[in-house]
Unconditional design. Structure first.
Ligand code: AMP
Ligand code: GLY
Length: 423
């Protein structure tokens, strides 16, 4: 089968690495990809949010499967478009329909979904730009600090703001409703603050049945000991040792099953990944957010621990045979450390020469923001490389990644040396 993978980050290099190991994959294209994915298949310059361009490419190259890395094409309806268009209605699209993608694309939709299906989450209220006074009154009179404000729509990972006092929250709320994140924040969800430790659960569903993939924990803050601004993720560990069988039983019964049931009840076409961002509050799991894709950098620790042929799993998803599949997991732990460009998550330079990859032989180095130019490997993004290692324990894995993170060089390189500090 010929496969088209959408995206160009570390997650997509991990997907490309895993897909290209499958004898079922005859040819892999990655749009737009990066210097790492180019070693697993052929990069193609396609606008992944242009459904018409994707359709033309899929028809012209007889693509049988599309694997969607990031959320934007899903929210943009790639599933629906390919499904209804002649020549692509048979193509397996790994990712939900536009309706399913609302679980990530609209916080308000996700909150209502969870309330309807009894899924544990922070209590909330929602407010719209047309009635800002309602929201201000709510914050001044009812809300308890810290106050969690969430832009309803996609805001490039910046749409959640946690305010420590009411007046800061009022000012932030007015900015949001006033269009700080464009249309995405014309509606705002105000949530109860939950205190606990976070982890990520990944579910693959064919719409009927589901399988749980290895659990992970990511590190979102730029600074060591979880300080400074949020990033896309600076490292990850799988499995997080505090997520035991008792916890996973609660997650499956209280969260995963009702989620799948809810999707079916609403008649939502969903054949793809569900990423459930969870927080354990005194041992009880609550949903922080849904994403309709895999996490980045979590994929860089989840896929190296997955022993199954990924393409075989995707075909089972397409044919709704997932119930008959057994997920096989490598018992070793995995860790990944992100090498970022100096300045990230703010502004940063690009085009810095990367050296020392050859010495990282006991790690798998996934590329995130890289490109080849004139025979050189150059930085091309905020997150540049993900250095993944496997070890008997997560501490062994982290030690190997730390050693190799130190040996790889580019000007301005930054990484957190404390991944796993809280475990
Ligand atoms: P999100 O963009 O939804 O992933 O939220 C970003 C981060 O904000 C999460 O990873 C949490 O650390 C934090 N967060 C979101 N909602 C809450 C909440 N209700 N209570 C505490 N922290 C939260
Ligand atoms: N690592 C978090 C995310 O992918 O959203």
């Amino acid at each position: 089968m010929k496969i088209l993978l959408l995206g160009g980050g570390g997650r997509e290099h991990a997907f490309a690495w895993k897909i290209s190991q499958s004898p079922l994959c005859k040819k892999l294209y990655i749009a737009p990809g990066n210097a790492g994915t180019a070693t697993c298949g052929e990069n193609v310059a396609l606008d992944i949010e242009d459904n018409g361009a994707l359709h033309n490419f899929i028809v012209a190259h007889a693509i049988g499967m599309v694997v969607v890395g990031p959320e934007a094409p899903l929210v943009n309806g790639v599933w629906n478009y390919l499904h209804k268009m002649p020549g692509t209605s048979h193509v397996a699209v790994i990712g939900p329909s536009m309706q399913g993608a609302r679980l990530e694309g609209s916080k308000s939709y996700a909150k209502r979904f969870m309330a309807e299906f009894g899924i544990p989450a922070a209590s909330y209220r929602e407010f719209v730009a047309a009635k800002p006074d309602d929201a201000v009154n709510y914050i001044r009179k009812k809300a308890r600090v810290p106050i969690v404000l969430k832009a309803d729509g996609l805001a490039a990972g910046k749409g959640v703001v946690i305010c420590q006092d009411k007046e800061t929250a009022v000012a932030e709320l007015q900015d949001m409703l006033g269009g700080k994140f464009g249309e995405a924040s014309r509606k705002v969800v105000i949530e109860e603050f939950l205190s606990g430790i976070e982890f990520s659960v990944f579910v693959l569903t064919d719409g009927e049945s589901y399988k749980i993939l290895p659990v992970a924990k990511d590190y979102k803050r730029i600074g060591e000991r979880d300080t400074g601004p949020n990033t896309g993720g600076m490292g990850a560990v799988s499995p997080p040792p505090f997520v035991n069988e008792v916890m996973m039983k609660k997650v499956e019964e209280r969260i995963i099953r009702p989620t799948i049931r809810g999707l079916k009840k609403r008649g939502i076409e969903y054949q793809g990944f569900i990423f459930i961002g969870l927080i354990s509050v005194d041992g009880e799991p609550f949903v922080i957010e849904y994403n309709v894709r895999m996490g980045d950098p979590e994929t860089e620790v989840v896929l190296p621990r997955l022993k199954n042929d990924l393409v075989e799993l995707f075909i089972a998803v397409k044919e709704r045979r997932l119930a008959g599949v057994t997920i096989e997991t490598d018992e070793r732990a995995a860790a990944t450390i992100i090498l970022a460009s100096g300045g990230y998550p703010g502004g940063y330079p690009k085009g810095k020469t990367i050296t020392g990859l050859g010495t990282a032989g006991d790690s798998i180095v996934f590329h995130a923001g890289t490109k080849n130019s004139g025979g050189k490997l150059l930085t091309n993004g905020g997150r540049v490389l993900a250095v993944t290692s496997l070890g008997k324990t997560f501490r062994d894995a982290i030690a190997i990644s730390n050693k190799n993170a130190a040996a790889i060089e580019f000007e301005g390189k930054y990484f957190r040396g404390d991944i796993g500090f809280d475990l």
